[in-house]
Design a protein around this ligand. Structure first.
Ligand SMILES: *Cc1c(COP(=O)(O)O)cnc(C)c1O
Length: 375
């Protein structure tokens, strides 16, 4: 019988302590809640951490992806090649610009966009490539660079990841976008950051996040179309405090991943996240397992739920979502690797301060549910 008296384990939980509280309070007391001094301070600290030349803070990862696509020149009627195994935002941002997201299948090991499949999808209208560092594992950006097209990296799950050549994800120079929603490696509640090498690109993004206003212009004079994608100083304060404990939080996630690897050993057909290979280093974000092929995934999610263990299908394939079926005519069978992985994948509870006992509790429930007779 499930023991409901045991403490419930959340799917994700941010690490927020007195340092965050103190810094946020300082902003509240200062009276400068937005467009204050912490915006630049957060950007500079974040860029330094990634060895990126510039960074622009924005209101969400999605907002950052949108501005980055505009900044590399994507517009009406263009095509943007991206992964169908991602959060829906990476495809949506192309649609915002009336461009077409063109999906290509994923690598069965890393689960990131397959460079060969992406190359095969290039047409005369391809205006950009958007590889996604899925679950914090570095996509093969060097292979995408060989295609000679503008690249926007969706690094929203990959803070702390490092490419095989030692460059931190976000530090290659292409615009690379991070997200700071509450379940990410670093959180500002909601928020995001675009890291990039080009100073002109930063000026454009800074202007477009602020209604198209140039930095030296008087308020209400706008020389281009913009958005309100600003990040408040309250959020930047939170981000600065989080940046100081980032190494500790990343180490916490890596520790929990190791515990899971041990605790989930020996289940026939269960696939764990791929280990680091070829010098690439994952920045741990979630712990997603692929269930044995014969199992009903939704049944497993329900079964874990009966033990008080939250889990969720992650990711569902983007091209098979209702909006993409209806507007772009996508159907099952187009991207077989993605579809198989998406049908088998669930995210387990995962956060930096997860205890050994909690990992054990999740793992025992997984063993238990997967041992049940299969229908
Ligand atoms: C989190 C995430 C985003 C951005 O999400 P926001 O909620 O807009 O910050 C984009 N792409 C991927 C792959 C993500 O995981």
């Amino acid at each position: 019988m499930p023991d409901t008296a045991r403490q419930s384990i959340p799917l994700a939980r941010p690490v927020v302590g007195p340092e965050e509280e103190e810094r946020v309070l300082e902003v509240l007391r200062s009276g400068r809640l937005s467009l204050g001094p912490l915006l630049e301070e957060f950007e500079l600290a974040f860029a330094a951490r990634l060895r990126a030349r510039h960074a622009s803070a924005v209101s969400s990862g999605t907002a950052g992806l949108h501005l980055a696509l505009r900044a590399v020149g994507v517009s009406d009627g263009d095509e943007v090649i991206t992964s169908p195994f991602s959060f829906v935002a990476s495809a949506n941002v192309a649609v915002y610009e009336r461009a077409r997201p063109v999906f290509a299948d994923i690598d069965p090991v890393t689960l990131c966009l397959d460079p060969g499949a992406a190359a095969a999808a290039v047409t005369g209208r391809t205006a950009a490539l958007m590889p996604v560092h899925v679950f914090g594992y570095p996509a093969d950006v060097v292979a995408f660079e060989r295609l000679g097209l503008p690249i926007v990296e969706d690094a929203c799950e990959a803070l702390g990841a490092v490419f095989a050549d030692g460059v931190p994800v976000g530090g290659r120079g292409h615009p690379a976008v991070f997200g700071f929603y509450a379940n990410k490696q670093l959180t500002t509640g909601e928020g995001g950051m675009v890291a990039m090498a080009d100073a002109g690109m930063k000026r454009r993004i800074d202007s477009e996040r602020n209604q198209g206003r140039a930095p030296d212009m008087d308020w209400l004079d706008h020389d281009r179309l913009g958005f309100n994608y600003r990040l408040s100083d309250i959020a930047c304060a939170l981000g600065l405090a989080q940046l100081e404990r980032l190494d500790e939080m990343l180490a916490g996630r890596a520790r929990v991943a190791d515990l899971y690897r041990d605790a989930l050993r020996g289940i026939d057909g269960l696939e764990l996240p791929c280990p680091d290979a070829g010098g690439n280093r994952r920045g741990w974000f979630v712990f997603v397992v692929q269930l044995p092929r014969s199992l009903d995934r939704d049944g497993v999610v329900r079964g874990l739920g009966e033990f008080g263990i939250p889990s969720k299908p992650y990711f569902p394939a983007v091209h098979l979502m209702s909006y993409y079926r209806e507007h772009f005519g996508h159907r099952e069978g187009e991207f077989p690797v993605c579809e198989e992985v998406a049908a088998r994948s669930i995210a387990l509870p995962f956060f930096p301060q997860m205890s050994e006992g909690q990992v054990e509790q999740v793992a025992q429930s997984v063993h238990e549910v997967l041992r049940r007779p299969r229908s």
